[in-house]
Each structure stands twice: as C-alpha cells, then as structure tokens.
Ligand binder design. Structure first.
Ligand SMILES: Nc1ncnc2c1ncn2[C@@H]1O[C@H](COP(=O)(O)OP(=O)(O)O)[C@@H](O)[C@H]1O
Ligand SMILES: [Mg+2]
Length: 247
C-alpha cells in the first residue's frame, strides 16, 4: 500500500546532498551511510553546519538526496511520488522542531487533533488527542492556546502532536534548544517513556548534553560526514525493560 508501510528500520546508503551550484555549491552531506533500527533513541550530534538538519530532512521525506538511496523499511523513497511521500510524512513520521511550529490560533487540543485529521485516522480524534496531552502532562491546559503557555509546555504539545498518530519514527531537530534545563529534561523524559513503552524509534539532532546522555546511540557528524558512531551501554532514564536496555 502506497505510504502505508510500517517503518521498522531506515537505511541511509551513500547519501550526498549538495545545495547551490558553481562557486556557491555546498556539500551538506558527503556519502553518509547509516542504519537505524526499530526502537533506537539515536542522537545525531555535531557542530552547527555539519549537516544534521539536512540528514533529518532527507530521512523525514521532506527533501531528496542529490545522490544515494534512502530506504524506509525496504522501500526506496525515491520511488514514491509526491502524494505517497506526503502520506508517509502524515501517517508514519512524527516531527518535533526547535521552534515548536504550533498553530497559534488553535488550542493545544486542536493542534494535536489536526495531526489526526492530516493522517486520516479512524476513531474519536478529540478523545485520542486529549489522551495524548494527558500523557505528556498537559491534562489541565488542553483548552489553552500555545501563546498562553511556557516553552516547555509548547514543546510538550508538539511532542503530543508528533506521537498522537502512533508513528513508527519520530524526528526531532534540536527539540530542547529553546528550553531551560529543567523543562528540557521533562520533555526528554516524555519522549524516552514513549520510546520504551511503545517502541517508537526516535532520531534527534542536538548538541545538548542532556539529550546525549539519554541516547542509546550517538552518531557524530562533521563537515557532512559520519565521524563517529557508537552505542551507549546505559543511557540515563533507560528502564530495564526498554528496547535499548542491556540487561
Ligand atoms: N537550503 C540551503 N541552501 C544552501 N545551503 C544550505 C541549505 N541548507 C543547509 N545549507 C548548508 O548546508 C550545510 C549543512 O547545514 P545543516 O544541515 O543545516 O547543518 P546543521 O543542522 O548541522 O547546523 C551548511 O553549510 C549550511 O549552510
Ligand atoms: Mg540544524
């Protein structure tokens, strides 16, 4: 079924991405290969400009590589048309951005519900959205609009919006960059819990040590290349029964 497949794993094979041309050409990614497995809580780290956002956008089907192949499950995403790609994004992938990207005129509840409309899910959407907001600790703030809420609360709405459609993969681009230490940790704990309870795969970009210490794997980028790729034995916040647990 077009766009309906599960994303159990993701293969990035020899992927390069060039922006611009001639003297203005930038090689944002240079022959990157990476395999992401189900249930990972993986961080892509690296200095500003190293290609983190570019890589996440390619895996999230928001952009296409200049060279190389990306397989979601076993489907080459370059074989999918625009509509099929839009369907994959709406139904299978949850996005969390640094600047939250919520709709200011809608309540928290309506923001989360919108994701269910776009994903064309069955069942009571309002109820599902409310349950998800409760799961991220916003039970009593559902009727409020994002502008009436703190940064941490807004990012928790965004996490609820990403998770409510029950995606296989959540892509989060520097999700804690605009949050203070305590709220950043809270938002991360919510994501870690979802990772362990539901087996949702998470892929982050960050240079935030709080995110890195919770990761099950850290991939370091530099100048568009993978410089280091290592598994973490005992991430902070990992429960014994979690998919990344070593016990
Ligand atoms: N749309 C674009 N047009 C031109 N260059 C871009 C574009 N997006 C990113 N770049 C360049 O590609 C490189 C990687 O950027 P990016 O993926 O945003 O890195 P990071 O997220 O690690 O900061 C940088 O040199 C950046 O300037
Ligand atoms: Mg970036």
């Amino acid at each position: 079924m077009n766009g309906g497949f599960l994303i159990a794993k993701c293969d990035v094979i020899d992927v390069s991405k060039l922006y611009g041309s001639g003297v203005a050409e930038v090689r944002a990614l240079d022959a990157v290969s990476l395999e992401i497995d189900t249930g990972e809580f993986t961080v892509i780290s690296g200095p500003s400009g190293s290609g983190k956002t570019t890589l996440l956008n390619l895996i999230g089907c928001l952009d296409t590589p200049t060279a190389g192949t990306i397989l979601l499950e076993d489907t080459d995403i370059s074989s999918l048309g625009e509509r099929a790609l839009a369907r994959v994004r709406a139904r299978r992938i949850g996005f969390v951005f640094q600047s939250f990207n919520l709709i200011p005129v809608l309540s928290a509840l309506e923001n989360v519900e919108t994701a269910l409309h776009l994903a064309h899910t069955e069942g009571n959407r309002r109820e599902k959205a409310a349950e998800m907001l409760e799961a991220v600790g916003l039970k009593d703030q559902m009727k409020r609009r994002p502008t009436q809420m703190s940064g941490g609360q807004q990012q928790r709405i965004a996490v609820a919006r990403a998770l409510v459609k029950n995606p296989a993969l959540v892509i989060a681009d520097e999700p804690t960059a605009n949050l203070d230490t305590a709220t950043g940790a809270q938002v991360l704990d919510v994501m870690r819990t979802m990772n362990q309870k539901r087996g949702v795969t998470f892929l982050f970009s960050t240079h935030d040590p709080r995110v890195m210490e919770r990761a099950s794997r850290i991939v370091s980028l530099r100048d568009g290349r993978v410089e280091d790729d290592r598994k973490v034995e005992k991430p902070v916040g990992a429960a014994n029964s979690g998919p990344s647990s070593q016990e």
